[in-house]
Design a protein around this ligand. Sequence first.
Ligand SMILES: CC(C)(COP(=O)(O)OP(=O)(O)OC[C@H]1O[C@@H](n2cnc3c(N)ncnc32)[C@H](O)[C@@H]1OP(=O)(O)O)[C@@H](O)C(=O)NCCC(=O)NCCS
Length: 269
Amino acid sequence: MPRKPPARPADPSDPPATDWDQVLSAFGPDPHPAPPSASPPAAPAGPLVAARAALERLSTWVPIRSLARRHRRRIIEHLLAMEPRDRYLRFGYSASDEQIHKYALSIDFARDEVLGIFNRRLKLVALAHLAYGQPLPGDPTRTMAEFGVSVLPESRGRGLGGRLFQTAALHARNRGIDTLFIHALSENRPMLRIATAAGAIVERDGSESAAYLRLPPDTFGSQVEQALDRHLGELDFQFKRQAQVLSDFVDSVGEIKAQIDASGRSSKE
Ligand SMILES: CC(C)(COP(=O)(O)OP(=O)(O)OC[C@H]1O[C@@H](n2cnc3c(N)ncnc32)[C@H](O)[C@@H]1OP(=O)(O)O)[C@@H](O)C(=O)NCCC(=O)NCCS
């Protein structure tokens, strides 16, 4: 950071600072007047801004977990829990249970990424599928990933869809993908709101819309951010699992005690 130059010691023969304008006015108007300082000083750039952005992200942090093949059953349960209207918005058609099964079984975990958010009871409340290897129409040199998401109704409006979108953008960027693509129905205001808030350009074609988000190249910072998110997401899941085991144990102790009490009562009778 550049240092401020030391102040010149005051000379007793100097006129008071407030009189300078009066002294100089004797020489006519200033040919190079200083530009008016109407605009406030620029916000500090660099590490401070990055630290502030990181703190903001931390304050809205949501544990997101990368899902694997072994989570297929939970993925199917999550998708089957969607109402017909949400299935229509998610897939672009009213997917039947059978079509949902087929879709879930066709996810290629080796190529794509599936991200999930679990609640305290370990229910999968939000799910995103990031499909890699999609060709970009009109420009085969560019790389693209398609984003699809669903959040269960009771968990909506809390920013989960938006967080999954930001995380998907980070992961795609770290894989060298330059465009994130979302295909949504034009009536799907929440989805299009999430995309435009992140800076995506929306192309509307009647009842359907396509949103394109240009991604910057990855950096050391973006890779660290993804690694940190993954560890914290995993830690959060393990913590919830332990809490669930403990709660199940307490419940079963309660049940056993109730049974003993009941059998004691009946033998007395
Ligand atoms: C789209 C969906 C994933 C959004 O999930 P969510 O967790 O509620 O989303 P968020 O809370 O992160 O954000 C929703 C945004 O839409 C805005 N929104 C909600 N309803 C809206 C409406 N009717 N009109 C305009 N904006 C609306 C919210 O205000 C919020 O924006 P903000 O953060 O700027 O306030 C969820 O509604 C869903 O699962 N829908 C069914 C499946 C689907 O449509 N999938 C997308 C197709 S791939």
